[in-house]
Each structure stands twice: as structure tokens, then as C-alpha cells.
Design a protein around this ligand. Structure first.
Ligand code: ADP
Ligand code: MG
Length: 257
């Protein structure tokens, strides 16, 4: 178990070989990420290492490269240069060296995604939505729904398993999306403006559920947000401008250790 003071110290010397300071090996690390669309640089050289159990907020003005960074880290977009390496139980995988089919498999098996609108299937119930990734991976329906119900309960949605998405509030629906993102055992959960459509109180509740359910299980969370309240709940805030990290703040250590 890593003492929290070591975690905090790991933030120093980011640009001078931070690996020397990181006590726990990162689950995801990126170096030298660049991505250019036309003549515009969306990412202009980003290095970041994310430890298990960390919650990292990515902030910055519109167009600063937040979504592009998230998509490069998650293997959705291939950077022009630089590498992304994921630590797995079977060893390190260079995400950026994989082909489309392998990256797609990695996204299903190792990553979870939460978007602004949960992209849940409205004709399915809450428990069916969460069970779906497991069933697509070959799990029998009963076992998948049992796991799904456990996740729903952990996110405060016990008793709502049989509701369709339209019968849930926005905050409840986002918690279903959070359950679905993790039911398959993701080691990193990516969220792009997950509370962007919610009022501030619901946003705080959903964000607390997102952080507790990921970091509390040793998973890493990477969340793009414009909301200072959301960022303040994360253990680290990265600020982007013109495709570069211009500021990095450790706000607090993970409270769930
Ligand atoms: P943010 O999420 O911070 O608003 P993005 O990562 O979406 O920023 O975009 C960064 C820059 O890259 C912007 O100038 C944007 O217009 C450009 N960009 C992003 N995605 C694409 C794309 N698929 N095609 C062309 N330009 C893009
Ligand atoms: Mg964006």
C-alpha cells in the first residue's frame, strides 16, 4: 500500500523524469503525444503517467485538446507521434502499436467509457444495459444480470434494476452508465464531460459515485470537465492549452485507500 505522502510527492519534477518519483507503476503512461488535424495541432507533445487509483481531471478551454488527449489515451484515436502504454496482468501493452481490431478489443476489455449522455439503450432496463457488455463478451444472461445488479446496488440504484432508462432521472441514468463502464473489469475509466448535462447538486453526487466506484477499487479515472467542482473531487488536475499541459495540480490524495 502506498503512503499518500509518496503519492503527493510523485507530482513533482513532472518534466524531469517523473518515473523516478512514482512509487506505484502507472497503469497508463503516455509520452510525446502529438496529433495534428490539417494545420492545427490538437496535441503538441503531452506526457502523462496515471497510477492505479488515481482520478485525473483534464481541464482547459474549448479546443485545447482535451477530448483528443482522452481519445489518444483510450486508443480511440491514434496519435501522429508518441506512445501510450497500458500495464495489464499479462504485461505492458503498447496501445499505439496495435492495429484497429486489437485496440478495439483492448477498449472493450481494459477500458470503460462514460459520456455526457450515457448512450444507454432506452428499450432495455437498467440491469439489461449494465449486463449487455458481459453478454456481448459471452457471459450467460443470468450471471451477467447478477453482476450487473451488484454494480447497480454499489452505485445506489438497488431496487431500480427493472426500470427503463426513461424512467430514471438524469443522475440515475449516469450512474447506470458508470456501472456499465466498469462491469467488465476496466482498469481505466474515461469520462468526457460526464456531468455536463446535470445540475450542480446532481453533478456532485454523480461525480462522487464515479470517483468512489473507480478509485475505491484501484481503478484509474480520467475525466474531462469544465466544472471546477468536478475537478476539485479528483486527485490531480491537468490543464491544457493549445495541446500542451500548462499546469498540473495535486488537489488531494485518494480518500478511498
Ligand atoms: P477540446 O475537447 O478541448 O474542446 P478537442 O480535442 O476536441 O478539444 O480539439 C482540439 C483541436 O483539434 C480543435 O482545434 C479541434 O477543432 C481539432 N479537432 C479535434 N478533432 C478533430 C477532427 N476529428 N477533425 C478535425 N479537427 C479536429
Ligand atoms: Mg472536448
Amino acid at each position: 500500500m502506498t503512503p499518500s505522502s509518496d503519492v503527493r510527492r510523485a507530482g513533482r519534477g513532472e518534466h524531469g523524469g517523473m518515473n523516478a518519483f512514482v512509487p506505484a507503476p502507472p497503469v497508463l503512461s503516455a509520452s510525446g503525444l502529438t496529433k495534428t488535424y490539417g494545420s492545427a495541432a490538437a496535441l503538441a507533445g503531452v506526457d502523462v503517467a496515471i497510477a492505479p487509483g488515481e482520478s485525473v481531471a483534464i481541464m482547459g478551454a474549448s479546443g485545447s485538446g482535451k477530448t483528443t488527449l482522452l481519445h489518444c489515451l483510450a486508443g480511440i484515436v491514434r496519435p501522429d507521434a508518441g506512445s501510450v502504454v497500458l500495464a495489464t496482468p499479462h504485461g505492458a501493452v503498447e496501445v499505439t502499436a496495435l492495429g484497429e481490431a486489437e485496440r478495439s478489443r483492448l477498449r472493450r476489455e481494459a477500458f470503460g467509457f462514460v459520456f455526457q449522455q450515457g448512450l444507454l439503450l432506452p428499450e432495455l432496463t437498467a440491469v439489461e444495459n449494465v449486463a449487455l457488455p458481459l453478454m456481448l463478451a459471452g457471459a450467460p444472461r443470468a450471471a451477467a444480470e447478477q453482476d450487473a445488479a451488484t454494480w447497480l446496488a454499489a452505485l445506489g440504484l438497488g431496487g431500480m434494476e427493472q426500470r427503463r432508462i426513461g424512467q430514471l432521472s438524469g443522475g440515475q441514468a449516469q450512474r447506470v452508465a458508470i456501472a456499465r463502464a466498469q462491469v467488465g473489469g476496466a482498469s481505466v475509466v474515461f469520462a468526457d464531460e460526464p456531468t455536463g448535462a446535470l445540475d450542480s447538486r446532481t453533478s456532485a453526487e454523480v461525480m462522487d459515485a464515479l470517483i468512489a466506484s473507480t478509485t475505491g477499487r484501484g481503478r484509474a479515472l480520467v475525466v474531462v470537465t469544465h466544472d471546477d467542482g468536478v475537478a476539485a473531487r479528483c486527485s490531480r488536475v491537468l490543464r491544457l492549452a493549445d495541446g500542451r499541459i500548462v499546469d498540473e495540480v495535486r488537489t488531494r490524495t485518494e480518500e478511498s485507500r
